[in-house]
Design a protein around this ligand. Structure first.
Ligand SMILES: *Cc1c(COP(=O)(O)O)cnc(C)c1O
Length: 376
C-alpha cells in the first residue's frame, strides 16, 4: 500500500526549528520529589502527599515478583504482556483484545491523541482536570475546549454536551476528577453518552476507579462492552502502588485497540512492570488494606479541616481538595518547611486550594499539625 504524504515546505529550515504547536507545550510539573526537598531544605523524614501515590508502598508480592524479574532484565519483555493480559481480562470480565497496555496511562492518553487527532479535530475537557489531555490536543494541532467545572467542582456535562460539534473527536472525562475528587454519577454519564455522536470517542479516565466504588459510580468498562466509543483508562500507579514502574492500560473496543497497537512503541511496558502488575493484581489483601487506610484517613482529614474552618470537597479518591482561604502557595511553602509536600491549586486555576493525598495515619496527623501551624 502506498502512503500519501501531505504537501511539504521547500526545505527544512536551518537551524532546526519546531512546528508552532510544539512551542505551546509546557513541560509537566510533577509533585515535588522527596529527595529534592531533602536536598533543598536539609530536612529528613519528609511526608509526601503530593502525587496521590499509595503510601503503604507496593504490595509485598509485587516486590517479590520484581526481585525475581530482576535477573531476566537482559531480555526484551514480551511485547503483548500475555500473562498480565489474560489475568487482567479475567479480573475485569472483558475480552483480551479490549486491552492496551501503556508506560503509565499517560502513555495511552498520548497514543489516543497521536492515533485519532488530525489537525483541526477538536478535544473537549473540563477545567480543572488532569493536565495531560490538553497536551495531547496541542501536540496534534487539535483545538482544546475546556469547560469549567460547576459550583460543586463536578463536570458540567450539560455544557460539555453542548460544546460537541462536527469536529469533536476526543472528549476527556476524569472520573473521579483529579484534582477535585468529585464523580459524575451513572445516570448523568449515561444521559451524556446518549448525546455523543458516533464519530467522537469518550475517554473515561478512571485512574482512581478502585477508590470510587459505590452505587452511584459508573464502571466505564460496561459502556465498552455495550460497543460504545468509550475508552476507559486505568492504572497500576495509584491504589496498586506502582507509580515508579510506569504501567497503565486502556479498555476499549477491539477495533480501537488495534489502531493503538500500531502506534505504540513495541516495548512500552517493561518486563519488570508486567511481573509486578500481575502480582499486585492478585494481592487483594493489599488493596483492601489500602482502602481501609484511605477511608480512615479521609475522616481524619474532614475532621481536621472542619476544626480549622476550611471548606473541602468530599472525595471519591485518595486525595482531598481543600480551600485554605488564603494564598495556597504561601501555605504550601509553610508546609514544605515542616517537611510536608502537598500540591497547590494555582496550577489548576484555584489560587486558594490545596490538593492533599491521603497517606498513612501518622503522615495525615503530621500534615494536619503542620497545616494548623501554617495557618497561624
Ligand atoms: C495519576 C493519573 C494518571 C496517570 O497515571 P499513570 O498511569 O501513572 O501514567 C492519569 N490520570 C489521572 C487522572 C491521574 O490522576
Amino acid at each position: 500500500m502506498t502512503q500519501t504524504v501531505p504537501p511539504r515546505r521547500a526545505q527544512c529550515p536551518d537551524p532546526p526549528t519546531v512546528a508552532e504547536n510544539i512551542t505551546h507545550l509546557t513541560p509537566y510539573r510533577p509533585g515535588k520529589p522527596i529527595e529534592e526537598v531533602e536536598r533543598e531544605l536539609g530536612l529528613t523524614d519528609i511526608v509526601k502527599l503530593a502525587s496521590n501515590e499509595n503510601n503503604l508502598g507496593p504490595s509485598p508480592k509485587a516486590i517479590e515478583a520484581m526481585q525475581r524479574a530482576a535477573a531476566q532484565m537482559h531480555l526484551y519483555p514480551e511485547a503483548t504482556a500475555p500473562r498480565l493480559r489474560e489475568a487482567l481480562a479475567r479480573h475485569l470480565g472483558v475480552d483480551e483484545k479490549m486491552l492496551v497496555f501503556g508506560n503509565g496511562s499517560d502513555d495511552i492518553i498520548h497514543l489516543l491523541g497521536v492515533t485519532f487527532l488530525e489537525p483541526g479535530d477538536e478535544v473537549i475537557q473540563a477545567e480543572p482536570s488532569f493536565v495531560r489531555y490538553k497536551a495531547a490536543a496541542i501536540l496534534n494541532n487539535a483545538p482544546c475546549h475546556s469547560l469549567p467545572l460547576d459550583s460543586g467542582w463536578t463536570h458540567d456535562l450539560e455544557a460539555m454536551a453542548e460544546r460537541i460539534n462536527a469536529h469533536t473527536r476526543l472528549i476527556f472525562l476524569c472520573n473521579p476528577n483529579n484534582p477535585t475528587g468529585t464523580i459524575v454519577s451513572r445516570a448523568a454519564l449515561e444521559r451524556f453518552l446518549d448525546r455523543v455522536p458516533e464519530r467522537a470517542i469518550v475517554v473515561l479516565d478512571e485512574a482512581y476507579f478502585e477508590y470510587a466504588q459505590g452505587p452511584d459510580f459508573p464502571d466505564g468498562s460496561r459502556y465498552v462492552q455495550e460497543g460504545r466509543n468509550v475508552v476507559v483508562l486505568r492504572t497500576f500507579s495509584k491504589i496498586y502502588g506502582l507509580a515508579g514502574l510506569r504501567i497503565g492500560y486502556g479498555i476499549m473496543r477491539p477495533e480501537i485497540a488495534a489502531w493503538l497497537e500500531r502506534t505504540r512503541e513495541p516495548f512500552n511496558v517493561s518486563g519488570m512492570a508486567q511481573a509486578a502488575a500481575l502480582a499486585a493484581l492478585a494481592d487483594t489483601e493489599h488493596v483492601e488494606r489500602t482502602l481501609a487506610m484511605n477511608a480512615a484517613g479521609k475522616q481524619a482529614f474532614y475532621a481536621g479541616f472542619e476544626a480549622l474552618g476550611l471548606p473541602y470537597t468530599p472525595t471519591h479518591a485518595n486525595f482531598v481538595w481543600v480551600d485554605v482561604r488564603r494564598d495556597c502557595k504561601a501555605v504550601f511553602e509553610a508546609l514544605l518547611r515542616q517537611g510536608v509536600i502537598t500540591r497547590t491549586g494555582d496550577i489548576f486555576g484555584a489560587p486558594t486550594h490545596l490538593r492533599v493525598t491521603i497517606g498513612r495515619p501518622e503522615e495525615n496527623a503530621r500534615f494536619l499539625t503542620a497545616l494548623r501551624a501554617a495557618l497561624d
